[in-house]
Design a protein. Structure first.
Length: 182
């Protein structure tokens, strides 16, 4: 009897495109702001505002852009690998569903795609947080004060993306319990 092959769900390109567009916008904004930045730019922002400065350079000005580019590439790769993993529901009947390591598999094809989308949304949320960071890093004044909304602007997008990802993981866990019971 020939072994069934698994056809992974389609990669959610539109969700990745949102992150790539955000990244391109960040890079364009940074390139436009770079010539107008002072010789010293914020290096670290603490609870009391900017508490460390560094000389202006491509590396120091675009650090969040470079981090987001790497994170986006890593997230896209991990999402593609997640979608290529055969879900528990589609493992051959001869293979135990909950063999060693299989609990890390998505429960179904639907939960695999849902998890992939949630990871890409989380990546986009992190990018939005970085955009907020750039509002302080790319300003032309050398004041150490930061706006009152800065911390909320950095944390809320990441918190929202994280909560979505946890909710999706909880749904997948429920599907695994349902599969195990049947």
């Amino acid at each position: 009897m020939p072994e069934a092959t698994y056809t992974p769900p389609r990669f959610p390109w539109s969700w990745l495109a949102a992150s790539v567009s955000l990244l391109a916008g960040m890079a364009a904004w940074g390139a436009a702001a770079y010539p107008h930045l002072p010789d010293r730019v914020p290096q670290h922002i603490g609870t009391g505002g900017v508490d460390a400065w560094t000389d202006k350079s491509v590396g120091s000005v675009f650090v969040l852009v470079f981090l987001y580019a790497g994170l986006t590439a890593l997230t896209a790769f991990l999402t593609a690998m997640l979608l290529r993993t055969t879900p528990l529901a589609e493992l051959p009947a001869s293979e135990p569903r909950f063999a060693a390591g299989s609990s890390k598999r998505p429960a179904t094809r639907v939960t695999a795609r849902r998890t992939a989308v949630s990871l890409l949304v989380l990546n986009f949320a992190i990018g939005l947080s970085f955009v907020v960071g750039n509002t302080v890093q790319w300003r032309t004044s050398t004041t150490s004060e930061v706006p009152w909304w800065f911390l909320l602007g950095m944390l809320v997008p990441i918190l929202g993306g994280t909560l979505l990802t946890v909710a999706v993981a909880w749904q997948d866990h429920g599907e695994k319990r349902r599969l195990n019971a049947s």
